[in-house]
Design a protein around this ligand. Structure first.
Ligand code: 5GP
Ligand code: ZN
Length: 114
């Protein structure tokens, strides 16, 4: 997707602070972190929102979860704990329309969801 900021990061046109990468997934530090650990995990395939996941691309779901486990281990917070969030569409707070999972941790997360 030419106008998608996360596709540009995947292509290398916009730099990122990479945390983890494999054939299907890229994970990088959020540019405006909300916690000591705040990583964005994205599929390399452009999928706009969680609502665009279906039987044809459902493998993306397990790829994201598997990458979240790896990122938590890389950041040494797998035992202490962390939170994963996928915002969907406007009222869900989604700003970048390339499916992504936030992984937050490194402090006790107090903020009530919503
Ligand atoms: P959303 O609100 O769409 O769920 O979250 C988008 C996230 O992407 C935000 O936390 C924002 O800080 C992050 N973000 C937006 N643009 C960039 C960028 O160019 N680089 C990085 N590393 N993060 C970005
Ligand atoms: Zn994209």
């Amino acid at each position: 997707m030419p106008d998608c900021i996360f596709c540009k990061i995947i292509k290398g046109d916009i730099p990122c602070s990479k945390v983890y990468e494999d054939d299907n997934i890229l994970a990088f530090n959020d540019i405006q972190p909300m916690a000591p650990v705040h990583v964005i995990i994205i599929p390399k395939k452009h999928i706009a929102t969680l609502m665009d996941l279906d039987a044809k691309n459902i493998d993306v779901t397990s790829n994201l979860i598997s990458a979240a486990q790896k990122v938590a281990r890389i950041k040494n917070i797998s035992d202490r704990g962390f939170r994963t969030v996928i915002n969907c569409n406007a009222e869900g707070g989604q700003v970048v329309f390339h499916l992504h999972m936030h992984l937050l941790g490194g402090r006790k997360l107090q903020d009530p969801l919503g």
